[in-house]
Design a protein around this ligand. Structure first.
Ligand code: ATP
Ligand code: MG
Length: 826
């Protein structure tokens, strides 16, 4: 048979084909998890190109994560798609917006941030308001203020820092009116595409009557810093397109087709962004699932799905019903849970994968034990002893509700040497030394980045204390320039005595030299192809004026860390963390190898959602449920199904069902990630912020269909060998746990335990603790000498329920859980 030109079509069912082959006009693909929405979306990209409707660079495709974009790009280059060229404009709303914004940054100016109020200059340092003769300056005095193409992207830390300075400068008590609170308000407005001038009076009067004013000041301050926060990336693009229709027209001609995955999670600003770009030709295809809308807390609006049909009349709506991902048991569990939601469009899902194990449910004593059990399960699956055949670690994922759950798994896996990757967890790039190093890089790339300057001006110590910093600040303000420039002028005109003066001079000179090294000699060169669109240069593209630098950005990074004295600072540091920090700095330089230049790297770090290493070694994935959207794994573990954790306390405390329904959708997302095996677990006790809490099984557990669930008791875990299990009193403890698991298994118990929480009323008086280990306590008396793994030896002073008050020889008086204590002669 002759080779077929479009083999990707063969892999689709009729409904998917319809979605792929309806190329012109608006298309909405609305379907449940695992029905092949993303697969169809990729086929559609290929089809647009194969049918010559569009060139690869004329397609704008929005994915949910940068990781998803990377994977899609890679897959589109291979069978069955075999695209001749990569889709350049494929990425998240944020990354695509950065790309657009870099070209037109200067169009974002004082007027476009919607600033209508008087702007006061504020102190840039954390020490509080600096006396300022210029207070009351009108914005109009500074018409030159606009964003530049090398703007920095602030993370939430930086964002709150700026807000805190503004709050203080306005003489507001920042303990009572926190920067965090204000950041939340501002993010919310940006998600709804509200610039300061568009706020309602009610909104503007929040935050001690200052919200509107502070928001406006904040936007101005960001311009001064040549910076954007995350919300700005989208909002500025929307504002630019709204104001410059000629430019919008250019982009509309340029992007002939727009595609969006995970459409249910777009917020208003993103929706406007899409509507602007696709509003001309209306060639837009959105795919989504209302049951998987899990970002309401970040401003996502499921209503956008309904709005789509209104804004794009005549939209072709495609529904898919066959799930190709999961077995029947898994699908039944997920469907049963989501049926508990009232607010849904409703749809049917079926699978012909009738094979497979039931969804497994297991209770544990606490988070450590849960991690230990899951670790052992993973190892046995890896060896192939679970009847599934040997499995790669890449096939397994642990999806948590809250990132604090990750630590127990990380610790356990480190102990047993099980390779794992944490996606979206405590990130490498958030570590102190990495943030310091990056502040140096930021300052070299973008000299106006005052936040970066503040961060490193006296790190390492240069003898530049508060007074010196305030002088720099005052000089910068008086001249209307950045802090670096202010420092330069200060040194030139007034000088700065002592060690500080010399050191500052060195820093300023170094920064200028590093920047020169980065840019290379000043000559006219060819624009890089990314800066030119095929139909001619776009207005506002930066004019290149530098040649190829003599040093690579990697060499430069090393030079910066060395010459700034930053590496030496940690080499001379005697704290136990110092060696690790030096290792991390090396890692950082290594990470630069994957990028063409410092700016690309900094952009990447600002945008990444994961810290995945590129090594090929298989690893278990640990990530949040939120981050797992769109992904699939043969085996999925869902730990921590406990009321207060999942569903979250906040959602349970809320009046109305909105929060709880979102949590339920999250449960649905979690279960539907699994292809073959899904294991749900809960614990009786959990250490939350240093406090032991007894836990109730999640109300969602009661919504699992019994016919598709197997309830496990912890098998073989207590056969001895570790911890409390090996001590004499343990046997009865095991029985207590096993018994409780059996009790749990009875429908009556389930009703009693979980309905009590569900009826919306008060929690049961006795907290439902399925496996409280009172037996373990019974084996101790006051006065016993005991051993605790962390605190060492001590004497029991008091016994209360399952906790012991112990006077430890080294650690002093502590309250510990009896189970973690052994008699020393055991
Ligand atoms: P989610 O809502 O979770 O994002 P989705 O609808 O995007 O799911 P995909 O990830 O595209 O679903 O597909 C789920 C799985 O089903 C993938 O492994 C995919 O390869 C497979 N699949 C999709 N369509 C088909 C098909 N027509 N035939 C065989 N397998 C398919
Ligand atoms: Mg998908």
């Amino acid at each position: 048979m002759a080779a077929r030109p479009m083999p990707y079509l063969d892999e689709l069912n009729p409904a998917q084909r319809e979605a792929v082959e309806t190329l012109d006009g608006p298309v909405l693909m609305l379907a449940g998890a695992g029905t092949g929405k993303t697969k169809a979306l990729m086929a559609r990209v290929a089809h647009l190109i194969m049918t010559r409707r569009a060139q690869p660079n004329e397609i704008l495709a929005v994915t949910f994560t940068n990781k998803a974009a990377r994977e899609m790009k890679e897959r589109l280059g291979k069978t069955p798609f075999n695209l001749p060229a990569p889709i350049k404009w494929m990425g998240t709303f944020h990354s695509l917006s950065v790309k657009i914004l870099r070209r037109h940054a200067e169009l974002v100016g004082s007027s476009s941030v919607g600033n209508a109020v008087t702007v006061r200059e504020v102190g840039a340092f954390d020490q509080g308001p600096v006396p300022n003769p210029n207070i009351g300056n009108e914005f109009a005095d500074r018409p030159e203020l606009h964003l530049k193409s090398n703007f920095s992207i602030l993370d939430s830390d930086d964002q709150q820092r700026v807000l805190k300075q503004l709050i203080r400068a306005n003489h507001i008590d920042d303990k009572r009116w926190t920067a965090r609170h204000l950041a939340g308000l501002i993010d919310g407005w940006k998600n709804r595409a509200l610039t300061p001038d568009k706020l309602s009076l009610d909104d503007a009067e929040q935050f001690n009557n200052m919200a509107g004013t502070l928001y406006a000041q904040y936007q101005t301050r960001l311009l001064e810093l040549n910076a954007c926060d995350f919300g700005d990336l989208i909002l500025h693009v929307v504002t630019i397109f709204q104001k410059h229709t000629d430019l919008l027209e250019q982009y509309r001609r340029w992007f002939r087709y727009v595609l969006v995955d995970e459409y249910q999670d777009t917020n208003v600003a993103q929706y406007l962004w899409l509507r602007l770009l696709a509003g001309g030709h209306k060639n837009i295809c959105c795919v989504g699932d209302d049951d998987q809308s899990i970002y309401g807390w970040r401003g996502a609006e499921v209503g956008n799905i309904l709005r789509f049909e209104k804004d794009f009349p005549g939209a072709h709506v495609v529904r898919l019903e066959q799930n190709y991902r999961s077995t029947e048991h898994i699908l039944a569990a997920a469907s049963n849970i989501i049926q508990g939601n009232e607010d849904r469009l409703g749809k049917t899902l079926w699978t012909d994968r009738k094979d497979g194990e039931k969804v497994r449910l297991i209770g544990h004593w606490d988070g450590e034990e849960e991690a230990r059990w899951i670790g052992e399960e993973i190892e046995s699956m890896q060896r192939g002893t679970r009847g599934m055949g040997a499995r790669s670690l890449d096939d397994m994922a642990i999806l948590v509700r809250a990132s604090h759950q990750m630590r127990a798994f990380e610790d356990r896996f480190l102990t047993i040497g099980l390779p794992y990757r944490v996606i979206g967890g405590p990130r490498f790039y958030e570590r102190l030394e990495i943030r310091d190093a990056m502040a140096y890089f930021r300052l070299v790339v973008s000299p106006d980045d005052d936040l970066a300057f503040e961060r490193i001006v006296n790190t390492p110590k240069r003898g530049l204390g508060n007074v010196a910093q305030q002088k720099i600040q005052a000089c910068a303000r008086a001249n209307g320039v950045s802090l670096i420039e202010g420092a330069r002028i200060l040194l030139e005109e007034k000088g700065l005595g002592g060690k500080g003066g010399k050191e500052l001079q060195l820093l300023v000179d170094n920064l200028a030299r590093w920047r020169g090294d980065m840019l290379g000699p000043r000559i006219q060169v060819q624009l890089d192809d990314d800066a030119v669109l095929d139909d001619g240069p776009i207005q506002g593209a930066p004019t290149p004026e530098y040649g190829t630098p003599d040093v690579t950005h990697i060499e430069l990074a090393e030079v910066i860390l060395d010459e700034s004295g930053y590496t030496t600072m940690w080499q001379n540091d005697k704290t136990p963390e110092a060696p690790g920090r030096l290792e991390n700095l090396k890692e950082l330089v290594k990470a630069l190898e994957n990028f063409e230049n410092l700016q690309g790297f900094l952009e990447h770090v600002s945008l990444i959602m994961d810290n995945e290493s590129d090594e090929a070694e298989p690893k278990v994935t640990i990530m949040t449920l939120h981050g797992a959207k769109g992904l699939e794994f043969p085996a999925v573990f869902l730990p921590g199904w406990e009321d207060g954790l999942f569903p979250s306390q906040r959602s349970m405390d809320e009046s109305g069902l909105k929060g709880l329904e979102e949590e339920r959708r999250l449960a649905y997302v979690g279960i539907t990630r699994a292809e073959e095996l899904c294991t749900i677990s809960f614990t009786g006790n959990r250490l939350v912020y240093g406090q032991w809490q007894s836990q109730m099984p999640s109300r969602f557990i009661d919504e699992l269909p019994e016919a598709h669930v197997e309830v496990l008791t912890p098998p073989g875990l207590y056969g001895g060998g570790f911890g409390a299990a090996s001590r004499s009193g343990a046997a009865s403890g095991i029985e207590a746990r096993a018994e409780s698991a059996n009790v749990y298994n009875s429908p009556g118990w389930k009703r009693m335990q979980t309905r009590a929480g569900q009826s919306g009323g008060a929690k049961p008086k006795t907290k439902g603790n399925p496996i409280i280990d009172l037996e373990a306590v019974a084996s101790f008396s006051v006065g016993d000498r005991v051993f605790h793994q962390k605190f060492g030896y001590g004497f029991i002073m008091e016994i209360e329920a399952d906790k012991l008050g112990v006077d430890f020889e080294k650690a002093g008086l502590k309250k510990v859980v009896a189970r973690f204590v052994t008699a020393p002669d055991d």
